[in-house]
Design a protein around this ligand. Structure first.
Ligand SMILES: Cc1cc2nc3c(=O)[nH]c(=O)nc-3n(C[C@H](O)[C@H](O)[C@H](O)COP(=O)(O)OP(=O)(O)OC[C@H]3O[C@@H](n4cnc5c(N)ncnc54)[C@H](O)[C@@H]3O)c2cc1C
Length: 384
């Protein structure tokens, strides 16, 4: 039986997040965005709403929901603002999830309750200045010394890594060589404030300006051996599986942005007059908006399908890549057309579509570029 209706609980969550986004985020976010400032108070409020704990069990302070619930919440946030959506996405799916999926019971008890309430934010450090797509080319190293990992190297573009709420970053590092000569990569938790761990200045970005992205460096940074997450040498594989899930979340976020473009365009087309009538009376404008809705609706089905397979415990890699690839391109297209519908005002920062336009491009790059998604889909089809 095919049934993509939301459960009553998920529908109620959608309504709550939609109201929060419209009433709390929408009126203030533009100013934070223009000031390039992380809105700590809004993030705390999202924590009080339970958004950071959505897919985690209650015993760790979570809401006991599913990964799909998280996706629905991300869609509603991104419909209004992507900086806050990516803050939740990175905090949950990249910051807390590796600890939940692969951590020891002690690590879960130590970190998850605060990560679930949003009192603490976690980050995920895979990408390095030398490259992101080739994630196995990690150069950061960690050597064992007196029961401690001693970490040296740097990470680039790390979301949520330097906010007032940030408490940890989980990084990948080369911890040896495997019998086949390949790099042995492990994942290690580095708490904020550890000596030898330096958090750089915020990058000046094209979009996502109210989210926090920084370069990190490690100079003989020592953390206890117990901070290793999961098995030694499994760090690369663990992070890849975290990214598979994360792609469904980024797809949901992209659908939110694409739908926000429809919302804003429908409103504007009814208000703005040209040649003595609302611009929405012109078929050219109607068609642009209709096409935007078609793209947003079909992209939503793509992430629902990937999430459905994931929740059923079936392989979902290909569907996650399809959803991420398609919906990020849809977000980009819709942002372009929504700006067109708004004419000159679409190019002004005071209108949300200006923000949507700047925020859309990164969706085709982060958590695996469009080219990487195509490579994964082709590989899964047995091509090449
Ligand atoms: C705002 C922002 C936030 C981010 N947050 C995080 C985070 O929290 N944690 C984290 O670890 N990373 C994060 N990233 C990094 C992001 O995941 C990488 O930027 C992305 O994976 C691409 O890596 P790269 O920038 O090194 O590009 P590169 O890998 O250098 O790629 C450059 C271009 O070459 C193409 N290319 C590369 N290899 C191939 C190939 N084999 N075939 C065809 N084309 C190829 C790519 O598709 C791309 O078009 C973030 C990035 C940004 C901008």
């Amino acid at each position: 039986m095919l049934d993509y209706r939301l459960s009553d609980e998920t529908e109620a969550l959608r309504t709550t997040v939609r109201e929060f986004a419209r009433e709390v985020i929408a009126p203030q976010i533009g100013e934070f965005y223009e000031r390039d400032e992380f809105p700590t108070e809004i993030v705390r409020q999202m924590g009080e709403l339970g958004l950071f704990g959505l897919p985690f069990p209650e015993e760790y302070g979570g809401a006991g929901g599913t990964y799909f619930d998280l996706c629905v919440a991300l869609e509603e946030l991104a419909r209004v603002d992507s900086s806050m959506a990516i803050t939740v996405e990175a905090g949950v799916s990249l910051g807390a999830m590796p600890i939940y999926r692969f951590g020891t019971e002690e690590q879960k008890r130590e970190w998850l309750p605060r990560l679930c309430t949003g009192e603490a934010l976690g980050a995920f450090g895979l990408t390095e200045p030398g490259g992101g797509s080739d994630a196995g080319a990690t150069r950061t190293t960690a050597r064992l010394e007196d029961g401690h990992w001693v970490i040296n190297g740097s990470k680039a573009f790390i979301t949520n890594s330097g906010t007032d709420l940030t408490s940890l970053v989980t990084v990948t590092a080369v911890t040896g060589t495997k019998p086949d000569g390949k790099k042995e990569i492990s994942a290690i938790i580095v708490p904020s404030g550890t000596p030898g761990f330096t958090v750089g200045q915020r990058y000046s970005k094209v979009g996502w300006n109210a989210s926090d992205t920084r370069e990190l460096s490690f100079d003989d940074c020592r953390v206890p051996e117990e901070n290793q997450v999961g098995e030694r040498g499994r760090g690369y594989a663990q992070f890849l599986s975290i990214l598979d899930e994360g792609r469904i979340a980024i797809s949901a976020l992209s659908v939110g942005l694409a739908q926000g473009c429809v919302d804003e365009s429908v409103k504007y087309a009814a208000q703005r007059e040209a040649f003595g009538q609302p611009i929405g009376r012109n078929q050219a404008v109607q068609f642009m908006i209709a096409d935007m809705e078609v793209r947003a609706s079909t992209a939503r089905l793509a992430y629902y399908r990937a999430a459905e397979k994931m929740l059923r415990g079936e392989p979902f890699k290909r569907e996650a890549s399809i959803a991420k690839l398609y919906s990020s391109e849809v977000a980009m297209d819709n942002a372009r057309y929504a700006t067109q519908v708004h004419g000159g005002y679409g190019f002004m920062n005071e209108f949300p579509v200006g923000r949507f336009y700047r925020d859309a491009k990164i969706l085709e790059i982060g958590e695996g570029t469009s080219e990487v998604q195509r490579m994964l889909i082709a590989r899964d089809l047995g091509v090449g």
